[in-house]
Write a protein that binds this ligand. Structure first.
Ligand SMILES: N[C@@H](CCC(=O)N[C@@H](CS)C(=O)NCC(=O)O)C(=O)O
Length: 237
């Protein structure tokens, strides 16, 4: 394995699953302290009580960079996240959607904490889990306008979905699944584009707050950096 600086993620009390523990973690997760896609995976690993070592990479080709031959041996696409499953012959997986589905398919049975037993229910989860939003580093006003409008459109759909009879305030199956977690971290960033969920989408806000209180999600979020709304900034309240 490439030699990157790592950060141990120990918990008290230490968790032991599949013969691995916080001192001898099963997974290596490559992530970035602002990248929602990496934290999405950290949150799923933590919710499933799987142990992992968190490698904090940097953008670009410098020290601990994603665009380095060492990391491109893990992910030829040079992006985070990627995982190595040391409990499964050091299997490497990259692309956040592929990773979270691998984790639940392999490690969330038969408990079904974030996954489901029937193919029908699995498809419902996948439908919502695979619905992504994207970043663009360059400011292109027309694209920005379009994606801000798209984000609002998606938020309105999520708001409606969470209010469906029997939803219990979750996206599908009336309980938390990996689909909820796939969304969560992205919605912690919408202030950056002037969308204040707490003002505009109260049900979505309640759902986010509910997830943020979960110990597994809190563990997975450790080290995440995202902008916090300043007093008096933007919004309608
Ligand atoms: N579709 C990919 C997107 C991965 C991605 O864009 N990751 C960002 C951070 S959240 C990244 O690595 N950006 C660095 C770059 O584009 O050079 C996934 O879901 O894993």
């Amino acid at each position: 394995m490439p030699n990157f600086e790592s950060e141990s993620r120990s918990t008290t009390p230490a968790v032991t699953v599949n013969g691995f523990s916080d001192d001898n973690p099963q997974f290596t997760l490559y992530a970035h302290h602002t990248g929602p896609n990496g934290f999405k995976v950290a949150e799923v690993l933590s919710e499933l009580s799987l142990t992992y070592c968190f490698i904090q990479l940097e953008f670009g080709s410098g020290k601990n960079g994603m665009k380095t031959p060492d990391y491109e041996r893990i992910n030829p696409n040079g992006r985070i996240p990627a995982i190595v499953d040391h409990g499964n012959n050091d299997l490497i997986i990259w692309e956040s959607g592929a990773i979270i589905l691998y984790l639940v398919k392999k490690y969330d049975t038969p408990g079904y904490r974030l996954w489901a037993e029937s193919v029908e229910d699995q498809s419902k989860i996948e439908t919502w889990a695979m619905w992504f939003l994207h970043y663009h580093s360059e400011i292109v006003p027309s694209a920005q306008e379009r994606y801000i409008a798209e984000t609002r459109r998606v938020l309105a759909i999520v708001e409606k979905q969470l209010l469906q009879p029997g939803s219990n305030g979750w996206l599908v199956l009336g309980r938390i699944t990996v689909a909820d977690i796939a969304f969560l971290h992205w919605y912690l960033h919408t202030h950056r584009v002037g969308i204040y969920i707490e003002d505009e989408y109260p049900t979505v806000w309640g759902w986010i707050e509910k997830m943020k209180k979960r110990p597994g999600v809190q563990k997975g979020m450790k080290g995440a950096r995202f902008p916090v709304r300043e007093a008096g900034e933007g919004g309608t309240s």
